[in-house]
Write a protein that binds this ligand. Structure first.
Ligand code: NAG
Ligand code: NAG
Length: 188
């Protein structure tokens, strides 16, 4: 083996060792953990309910504001892609709001609000609405479907997908939430 060849081999070995160390570091020290997404509170605003006895018809308006907390436990930034929050009534979409793309710095906890206005026509055309209104319990689900990425050492991108569901029950007469139950699942 020539001298040049040996030097090339040594340089190549050093390069491989450094690359290997970086990859191991990337997956240990910088091993991505799932960002925590939490809905602290859901407020009801401009809630109005009217019942026309003669036409046997209701009218109903409400706007929900969810206080969302995103906690990034990683030593690296978490980038949320453009997405949206949806409001469902018994599997039917009755509201939608955009969630703009944003970056959550390493170890940062960020708060933002999502405001969803019920599309009255979609809600009132559902066959179960009469039943729920007469029981004074309106079940709605707020869905936050949040895709994002964490970037290890600026080279390895890891996709993260967090889904949060909040099942709520609205007490129409009292104009308040009767219950709120949220759960999150994450794929990394
Ligand atoms: C709900 O909102 C619509 C549009 O703003 C309005 O026309 C309607 O009167 C409202 N309903 C009630 C019960 O206030
Ligand atoms: C979210 O809304 C609440 C009241 O509805 C307000 O007090 C709070 O400052 C808002 N948070 C953000 C991050 O805008």
């Amino acid at each position: 083996m020539g001298k040049g060849c040996v030097i090339s081999l040594v340089i190549f070995s050093i390069f491989i060792a450094i690359a290997g160390t970086l990859v191991v570091l990337g997956f240990t020290v910088y091993k991505p953990q799932e960002p925590k997404i939490h809905v602290d509170n859901i407020n009801l605003d401009n809630m109005k309910f009217a019942f026309n006895v003669f036409q046997i018809k209701f009218d109903f308006n409400v706007t929900l504001t969810a206080d969302v907390t995103v906690q990034n436990p990683n030593k690296i930034g978490f980038k949320i892609s453009d997405t949206s929050a949806t409001l469902n009534y018994r599997g039917v979409k009755v509201g939608e709001a955009p969630i703009p793309s944003q970056e959550i710095a390493p170890k940062e906890t960020k708060k933002f609000n999502v405001t969803l206005t019920v599309m009255t026509a979609a809600l009132l055309s559902h066959p179960m609405i009469f039943n729920d209104v007469t029981k004074n319990q309106l079940p709605l689900t707020v869905v936050l479907d949040i895709p994002g990425q964490v970037e290890i050492l600026g080279i390895i991108k890891v996709n993260v997908h967090v889904q949060t569901y909040c099942d709520i029950l609205i007490d129409i007469l009292q104009k308040r939430l009767a219950s709120q139950r949220c759960k999150s699942t994450a794929n990394i």
